[in-house]
Design a protein around this ligand. Structure first.
Ligand SMILES: Nc1nc2c(ncn2[C@@H]2O[C@H](COP(=O)(O)OP(=O)(O)OP(=O)(O)O)[C@@H](O)[C@H]2O)c(=O)[nH]1
Ligand SMILES: [Mg+2]
Length: 186
């Protein structure tokens, strides 16, 4: 396994990069905004947006935690889901340590989720941990995790969660799960 975490022994700092990835409008930006709001840090997010509020390129923000003598800095990015900006996504994924895949849980968007998942699999090394979020679970007609698993060629290590970026359901849990996978992977 190639270790991509950046360890600065002198300043006792560990840097890690995670990316929220998924199809257009699945809720990546909303998820990250909710995550930062839960830490009272929403003003730390920098977004490059189109005039209509869609993500242009990425959103970015840092979260820092203390663990024993060490400072852990998590660089949080979202990729834009719009196909028009497809060339930006490999750049956003460069040097990533873990991915939260934000699928749109609405049943009629299965194709879009699968297309984005395939694209991610082509861009990502196999040993990078992934947490799969079936987002918008507050809406009606949401596909079940069992069902989507039949279409997704995930490895056994991938966790699946139902989330709602709007109401905050499982947003923190997904983040925590990914952190565990990054720091405790074999
Ligand atoms: N009901 C519901 N709506 C959501 C949820 N998450 C996001 N949305 C809505 O979905 C739309 C798109 O959300 P964004 O967070 O901008 O989606 P995105 O994935 O960042 O979109 P792009 O960056 O353009 O790919 C917005 O209208 C959000 O309010 C959710 O959990 N539930
Ligand atoms: Mg966005």
């Amino acid at each position: 396994m190639v270790i991509t975490l950046i360890i600065d022994r002198k300043n006792r700092k560990i840097k890690t990069k995670i990316v929220y990835y998924g199809p257009a409008m699945s809720g990546k930006t909303t998820t990250v905004r909710t995550l930062f709001r839960l830490f009272n840090l929403e003003n730390r997010i920098k977004s490059l947006e189109t005039s209509t509020g869609r993500t242009l390129f990425f959103d970015f923000g840092n979260l820092t935690f203390k663990a024993a003598e060490w400072i852990i800095e998590v660089n949080v990015w979202t990729a834009t889901g719009q196909n028009y900006y497809i060339e930006t996504r490999p750049t956003v994924l460069r040097g990533v340590d873990g991915v939260i895949f934000v699928a749109d849980g609405q049943r009629n968007l299965l194709e879009e989720n699968l297309r984005s998942w395939k694209e991610l699999k082509n861009l990502l090394r196999d040993d990078i941990p992934v947490v799969f979020c079936l987002n918008k679970c507050d809406l009606k007609d949401i596909i079940s995790i069992e069902e989507i698993k039949r279409y997704i060629d995930a490895n056994n290590d991938t966790c699946f969660l139902k989330t709602s970026a709007i109401s905050g359901i499982n947003v923190l849990e997904a983040f925590r799960l990914l952190m565990k996978k990054i720091f405790y992977k074999k």
